[in-house]
Design a protein. Structure first.
Length: 296
């Protein structure tokens, strides 16, 4: 069991959460306020998407990320800012003609997926490490080995630490090869994403298999489960020696029928971790563990 555990809060995501839970932040002001609040509640890292303020849908607009970052830093918090770089990978295969993409498609180059990372240089950004079926139907998330290698090269060039998003063991196999090739400045930062689409399930067995596959490499890892498995996976990740992620991106309920807030979820995660006898890691201690400089 890990004695010092850092908490990441994924504050909004890009899904339809705002339509189901009014606590999901949408505007840059709301998102930044939640980032500051979860930092005060014990989160060391805030994982951040932005949303179109009119439609509430996920956005890749650099200006929205810039406003969130400015508001967070103006508030005086040193919380680690982790921007998603995963938007722009959705492809809907045509039902009648698979060469004709459907309306859910938002597919851009790897370079375009990191435009805001280059412009703003957050502490951390995500790098999705494989293609997978997103849900039932014809929508897939596209991240090919060449795209992953290109993303790793560009992100390293920006001086930003990539958080390697791993959705199943096949994804992890490629990540381990890249680690062994020296693609990342150590320690590598890995996020096990469980219960997402057709990826690995949010179960103790799946998480243990991923942990075992690391094979003693210099890796700092976290894990999360989606929906009702979010909080159970907090305990499982801490028990297996990892860090934890919660937040309204992955789960909008505190309990059945009770809408959560991001602070609720961070507070509950902190209670779980501390009740197991571990400590919640500070922002500075987390920066030290990940090899990050001070707040940008």
């Amino acid at each position: 069991m890990k004695q010092d555990v850092f908490i990441t809060c994924a504050v909004t995501g890009a899904g339809d959460g705002p339509k189901k839970n009014p606590n999901v932040p949408v505007t840059p002001e709301q998102i930044a306020a939640d980032v500051v609040a979860v930092g005060e509640a014990g989160a060391a890292i805030a994982h951040i998407h932005v949303r179109d303020t009119a439609t509430t849908e996920g956005s890749r607009e650099t200006g929205l990320y810039a406003e969130v970052m400015e508001r967070v830093r103006d508030a005086g918090t040193d919380i680690i800012i982790n921007f998603t770089a995963g938007m722009g990978g959705d492809l809907e295969v045509g039902a009648e003609d698979p060469t004709q993409f459907g309306p859910a498609t938002d597919l851009v180059s790897q370079a375009e997926r990191v435009v805001h990372i280059d412009a703003l240089r957050p502490d951390v950004c995500t790098l999705d490490c494989g293609t997978y079926n997103m849900a039932d139907g014809n929508v897939i998330y596209v991240s090919t080995p060449d795209q992953i290698r290109e993303g790793a090269r560009m992100i390293r060039g920006f001086g930003v630490k990539p958080e390697l998003e791993v959705f199943d063991l096949g994804h992890l196999g490629l990540v381990l090869r890249l680690i062994d090739e020296g693609a990342f400045e150590g320690p590598a930062m890995v996020q096990f994403c469980l219960g997402v689409g057709s990826g690995a399930p949010a179960t103790p067995g799946a998480l243990k298999a991923m942990c075992d596959a690391l094979g003693g490499r210099d890796v700092v890892w976290s894990a999360f489960g989606v929906g009702r498995m979010q909080l159970p996976m907090v305990a499982q990740a801490a028990l297996l020696g990892g860090n934890v992620r919660v937040g309204l991106e992955d789960n909008i309920w505190l309990s059945k029928g009770v809408p959560a807030t991001n602070v609720d979820l961070v507070t509950r995660a902190r209670t779980i971790v501390e009740s197991m006898g571990s400590r919640v890691k500070s922002v500075q201690a987390t920066r030290d563990e990940l090899g990050l400089a001070g707040a940008h």
